[in-house]
Design a protein around this ligand. Structure first.
Ligand SMILES: [Zn+2]
Length: 66
């Protein structure tokens, strides 16, 4: 990934976040599942696990909630 960002003022979120995380759809077990894994990965300081879950979440959102 290339970062061609200059000093841009953006609202500060969590320091780990480079882009907004996909949000789980309420009531969807699959979303819940991924969100849970993501929380667990984050609690373990597993940044690659977190971004892996974000990829899965985005893919799932695009496939099943588009
Ligand atoms: Zn879902």
């Amino acid at each position: 990934m290339t970062t061609t960002q200059t000093a841009q003022e953006k609202p500060v979120e969590l320091p780990l976040n480079l882009e907004p995380e996909p949000k789980p759809v309420p009531g969807c077990a699959c979303c819940d599942n991924v969100a849970e894994s993501r929380d667990r990965a984050r609690a373990n300081g597993d940044a690659s696990g977190v971004s892996d879950c974000n990829v899965r979440m985005r893919r799932h959102l695009g496939a099943d909630h588009a």
